[in-house]
Design a protein around this ligand. Structure first.
Ligand SMILES: [Zn+2]
Length: 466
């Protein structure tokens, strides 16, 4: 700290600073100065005598620095059902999978939601993610209504910039939903808790660490009025809207309403700059064009596409039409990890797999980094995030490239993550000017203790051990 109260950090002699700005600037052999929660200066050889008193100097020689990654779709609580042989997507139909997993989801209690959020955000931070959106749609009646409140608590423990999606489901099974009664809420219950969370936590100022989005889980599992009231509340409060669309439900929605899902969303007004939709893998060209025209954003989650064996999301076509694209890890029940860094690589590989059958070329590898940085910032309406530049938020991660796995890759830092992949944890993650992960540790936090506490709740609730 200095007399002004601001903390200053200088990353000295960075081998590369990848900015993801409009010009795709990459600074080589440069310094990056952080003051408070924003980037103050990027230049070569910033003299020591102009640095504010008390500046923390980090030797970043040999390191590549990137803007922090922004995850636009996840279900943190699903970390508790990872690597479960009875929930193997490759051996189950969707209905069989749902029948097996929802009874487990219904058993989760408030402590499970807290600890699974710590686990998911901890893993995200280790892999360079600095802003996390979570779509929390599971509110078992016995677990109470403090679940998102506890997620904000988990985010502040780790220093994560957190956007909470208050999800929910209102339609009973007797009317065609897949949701057990224990997880179902009324529209009034759902809307009033959204309003409470927005009033309590939502901060729309620049550099905000806490935001709330209204996120009814998916059109097949809620009444139309739930979506209509969500739209009214979101636009009244100035918050964003989110849901799952185009993940295999379009024909069901068509039978129910006479319209495929995107048309149904447009019909009720669930499109626009303040809306982004997860998945979108089964969309027609007309539907993609509609998303582009309405400026509706997309969270592309590549890893469930592999697991579920779904149609490969038409990212090249979306890119060609100008759709706002971001990346999401998705819940660990259809991914098994919380690693957005890995998703940059898997998203690129997924498109390469089907390139020869597509009319549009696969976007260049660096585009996939941009989806996970400035693409996420755009979708979450955060002009203060996603780019490393003066005045932008000090959200970044650093990779020490002086290792065997990077030999031969260093001439193109912008494409490195998509083409090569980063298998290890990053060496440092900074969020809002604070170092939250460095050299294998969360500063001031006992990781083994946190992991043991979370595992205790997995054993207690998921595997029903005492
Ligand atoms: Zn999802």
């Amino acid at each position: 700290m200095t007399v002004s109260g601001l903390k200053h950090t200088l990353f000295r002699s960075c081998d590369a600073i990848v900015t993801c700005d409009d010009a795709r600037t990459i600074y080589r052999n440069s310094d990056l100065l952080v003051s408070g929660n924003r980037v103050e200066k990027i230049a070569r050889d910033i003299p020591g005598d102009v640095l504010p008193e008390g500046t923390d100097i980090i030797d970043a020689s040999g390191h590549f620095i990137y803007p922090g990654l922004i995850n636009t779709h996840h279900h943190f609580f699903q970390c508790f059902v990872r690597n479960n042989a009875e929930l193997d997507w490759t051996k189950l139909t969707v209905i069989e999978w749902l029948d097996r997993i929802y009874p487990v989801f219904c058993r989760l209690d408030e402590e499970c939601f807290y600890h699974s959020s710590v686990v998911a955000m901890g893993e995200l931070i280790k892999h360079g993610c600095t802003t996390a959106f979570d779509h929390q749609y599971n509110f078992p009646r016995h677990a109470g209504k403090n679940i998102v409140d506890r997620q904000f608590e988990a985010a502040s423990l780790l220093g994560m910039r957190f956007h909470a999606g208050r999800g929910g489901n209102t339609l009973p099974k007797s009317q065609g939903s897949t949701i057990p009664d224990e997880m179902r809420e009324s529209t009034d219950e759902f809307i009033s808790d959204c309003a409470r969370l927005i009033d309590t936590y939502h901060d729309s100022d620049p550099f905000s660490m806490r935001q709330v989005a209204i996120a009814p889980c998916q059109p097949v599992n809620s009444y139309r009025e739930t979506f209509v009231e969500s739209i009214a509340l979101a636009r009244d409060k100035g918050v964003l809207l989110h849901s799952h669309v185009g993940e295999g439900e379009s024909e069901v929605i068509k039978q129910r309403t006479g319209m495929r899902t995107v048309d149904w969303c447009e019909d009720i007004g669930f499109v626009g700059e303040d809306v982004w939709l997860a998945h979108c893998w089964e969309l027609t060209s007309e539907e993609i064009s509609k998303l582009a025209q309405t400026k509706t954003g997309v969270s592309h989650c590549p890893e469930p596409v592999y697991l579920v064996g779904a149609e490969v999301t038409p990212i090249p076509e979306m890119e060609a039409m100008g759709v706002r694209i971001s990346l999401g890890a998705d819940g660990a029940a259809s991914n098994d990890n919380s690693n957005l860094m890995h998703c940059i690589h898997s998203a690129y590989m997924l498109q390469a797999l089907v390139a020869s059958s597509r009319a549009h070329p696969v976007p260049d590898p660096q585009r996939f980094l941009h989806y996970a940085t400035r693409g996420g910032a755009d979708v979450l309406r955060r002009p203060d995030l996603g780019v490393l530049g003066v005045g932008m938020a000090a959200d970044l991660f650093a990779i020490d490239t002086r290792k065997i796995e990077f030999v031969g890759t260093l001439h193109d830092p912008e494409s490195l993550i998509a083409k090569v992949g980063i298998a290890d944890n990053v060496d440092l993650t900074m969020i809002n000017g604070q170092v939250v992960w460095r050299d294998g540790e969360f500063p001031g936090i006992d990781e083994m203790q946190l992991a043991a506490q979370a595992q205790h709740h997995v054993n207690r609730v998921v595997y029903s051990e005492s």
